[in-house]
Design a protein around this ligand. Structure first.
Ligand code: S3P
Length: 450
């Protein structure tokens, strides 16, 4: 446990390149491991979550090495070419690593054991186990579909058609990854679109994917057993990480912050749209493409925000950004109502409960519903902490959100533990402090609290 305190600091300025996109990094490692040849990845996120995926593909017989120029070389074994690991695969804190890898393993006739940390062992794995069993894989979980689990992949995997009951890119991706080693067509039907990094990257490696918008939703069809050919990937900066300095800069008068090379896949850009709907001035400059993904530089101009009703159907495109949006809402004028958030209860922590409790402890008016959060902002500078550390439940996004609150509030905010931040944004403190924030280890100094 390492407590951290963010002291109020105004303004923030400078250019801040946040680390590579976590979702894209996991996929680059997994698909690189299944391709034939060497995939060179630049900008790979070296957070603990992605390092778990790297450790897993190494244990399964592929190789991943970092070169002296900072890029990674993934030497793939070809679809179906992974071999049985001689130990348990430990996916740490990462639901994405666990669920996507399960999809890969379902298409390999090998026996694997998979576990994770306390948080991951409490998260639902049935959402991927149920469709993957239809391909012929045998997946045995603990009570309630929890890890640790055993997976014995199918010898002759079957192609399936599946409509996920929840809007989840992880479920869609697991089914498509299993479909890589199945003959014929694997189809996923999505009623609500989710991030499409898997589809884009499979296409980049030469897979045959057909995507069609129908009255029923988006129909994604993968033709199985393609030859995946290694291809270089330039990972964009992660919008989910950029959201923290972005919100901090928006809320501190006189700030001038640029966030270069941020991925703005439409399935991820909901936070930018929502902040704009609240009155934020966020400029997009230098639009380009990197690794098959739309990318641009974000230039943040601070200003007063107003509360809004965030459309529930936007949730999948900003699902990881609600915690920091709630911080923005605390400074906005009036109510911000966020609905359709049931999925937040099964993330690294119950994020609805964690945000509601932490915000209330910091003097923010907040109401937690079954699947909603309503924050009433103060139309200015929120109060901040009261010395008692906010409980973060080993959740990186909760931890960083409260460090943003401390940066923009009237009083410092302390969190009980910042170690989870390394799962997705290892340089968070240095990058924020480089912009002028003041985040330090330990509790709040007595002479700096009101
Ligand atoms: C992710 C999808 C989202 C997101 C997670 C990363 C991915 O989860 O919350 O952080 O990389 O596919 P769901 O697919 O479960 O919504």
């Amino acid at each position: 446990m390492q407590s951290l305190t963010a002291y109020p600091k105004h303004p923030l300025s400078g250019t801040c390149r946040v680390p590579g996109d976590k979702s894209i990094s996991h996929r680059a490692v997994l698909l690189g491991a299944l391709a034939v040849g060497t995939t060179r990845v630049t900008g790979l996120l070296e957070g603990e979550d992605v390092l778990r995926t790297i450790a897993a593909i190494r244990a399964l017989g592929a190789s991943a090495e970092k070169d002296s120029d900072g890029s990674w070389r993934i030497d793939g074994v070809g679809i179906g070419g992974l071999s049985e690991p001689d130990d348990v695969l430990d996916m740490g804190n990462s639901g994405t690593a666990a669920r996507l890898l399960l999809g890969v393993l379902a298409g390999h006739p090998i026996r694997c054991f998979m576990t994770g940390d306390h948080s991951l062992r409490s998260r639902p794995m049935d959402r991927v186990a149920i469709p993957l069993r239809q391909t012929g894989a045998v997946i045995d979980t603990r009570e309630g579909g929890r890890m640790p689990l055993t997976v014995v992949g199918a010898t002759d995997p079957l192609p399936i058609t599946y409509t996920p009951p929840v809007a989840s890119a992880q479920v869609k991706s697991a089914v498509l990854l299993a479909g890589l080693n199945a003959p014929g067509q694997t189809t996923v039907i999505e009623h609500r679109p989710t991030r499409d990094h898997t589809e884009r990257m499979m296409g980049h490696f030469g897979a045959d994917l057909h995507i069609e918008e129908t009255a029923d939703g988006t129909v994604i069809t993968l033709t199985g057993q393609p030859e995946l050919t290694a291809a270089d990937i330039d990972v964009p900066a992660d919008i989910s990480s950029a959201a923290f300095p972005l919100v901090a800069a928006l809320l501190t008068e006189g700030s001038a912050v640029t966030l270069p090379g941020v991925g703005l896949n439409p399935g991820r850009a909901g936070i930018v749209q929502t902040l704009r709907d609240m009155g934020a001035n966020i400029e997009e400059s230098n639009p380009r493409t990197a690794g098959g993904e739309p990318v641009c530089d974000l230039v943040v101009h601070p200003g007063q925000l107003r509360g809004i009703e965030v459309p529930a159907e936007r949730a999948p495109s900003m699902i990881d950004e609600y915690p920091v949006l709630a911080v923005a809402a605390a400074a906005a004028e009036g109510h911000t109502v966020m609905r359709g958030l049931a999925e937040l209860r099964v993330k690294e922590s119950d994020r609805l409960a964690a945000m509601a409790a932490g915000l209330a402890a910091c003097g923010v008016a907040v109401e937690e519903g079954e699947d909603s959060l309503t924050v009433t902002g103060v139309n200015g500078v929120p109060a901040g902490g009261n010395n008692a550390p906010v409980e973060t439940h080993f959740d990186h996004r909760i931890a960083m959100s409260f460090m943003v609150l401390g940066t923009v509030a009237a009083a410092p905010v302390t969190i009980d533990d910042g170690t989870a931040i390394a799962t997705s944004f290892p340089d968070f403190i240095d990058l924020m402090n480089g912009l002028g924030a003041d985040i330090r280890a330990g509790g709040a100094d007595a002479d700096e609290t009101p």
